[in-house]
Design a protein around this ligand. Structure first.
Ligand SMILES: [Zn+2]
Length: 235
């Protein structure tokens, strides 16, 4: 059990998250610890608020199913599928806000945990007016770029925000190649003109990722830049 003390610095909360997460997975390999710390470090200024609001992060070990994690049997068996890298859960009865991240994805996709933390920020730190503004930005984006609407990030305003935030942070912290999830529409004639959607992983470098974010949505980029200028204070 990790306790918070008054007057603690943001860096102390890094240690709170670290000891809580690895208290649940003490035999985690060193590269998993390294990827975890690297991902949460970029949110250092947000960690005190997230911690105080009851947000915690659990790693799902490679040999464990999401639904076998303590208290997560109701998550839905589709979450065990490889397509899910992680998820954000709010157990209202226990008032527990939890990001689950799969060990493999934590190591291989450096923006996977950042994306789940983005969901926590959306739910716990953004104000109604922030969310209202971002919903408008999302709707405009959908209208103006209908060809991108099948992207996972365009599923809903929360995914749009979480993905944008993850890419934003990944650009700043990782001058390496990452994978970008894209959907490819294949013409598929089956009696009528149906289309079959195939999901592929495409490699892209970080520079184009930021350009993509910018060209897809300059308003989202300005919003995130403004928050960063204010030290990521959401309210
Ligand atoms: Zn998501």
């Amino acid at each position: 059990m990790v306790t918070y003390e008054n007057g603690s610095e943001p860096a102390d909360y890094l240690r709170c998250f670290e000891s809580d997460t690895f208290g649940c997975y003490p035999c985690a390999p060193a590269d998993v610890r390294e990827a975890f710390m690297e991902s949460i470090k970029v949110f250092e200024n947000n960690l005190p608020d997230l911690w105080r609001k009851g947000f915690r992060i659990w790693i799902v070990p490679q040999s464990t199913k999401v639904t076998d994690m303590p208290g997560c049997s109701g998550a839905g068996s589709e979450c065990n599928d490889d397509r899910y890298r992680g998820l954000y859960l709010w157990n209202r009865r226990e008032n527990r806000k939890l990001a689950l991240i799969k060990e493999k994805d934590l190591k291989q996709r450096r923006n996977a945990l950042k994306h789940e933390i983005g969901h926590a920020i959306w739910h716990l730190l953004l104000t109604n007016s922030d969310r209202g503004y971002l919903k408008k930005v999302y709707k405009r984006e959908k209208r103006e770029n209908p060809d991108r609407n099948r992207d996972y990030r365009m599923s809903n305003p929360g995914e749009f925000f979480a993905d944008s935030l993850a890419y934003y942070h990944t650009f700043h912290t990782e001058p390496k190649v990452i994978e970008v999830r894209e959907y490819v529409v294949e013409p598929f004639i089956f009696g009528t003109n149906a289309v079959h959607i195939r999901e592929v992983m495409k490699e892209g470098s970080l520079e184009p990722t930021k350009k993509t974010l910018e060209s897809l949505n300059p308003e989202m980029l300005s919003y995130l830049e403004e928050k960063e200028r204010k030290g990521w204070k959401w309210r």
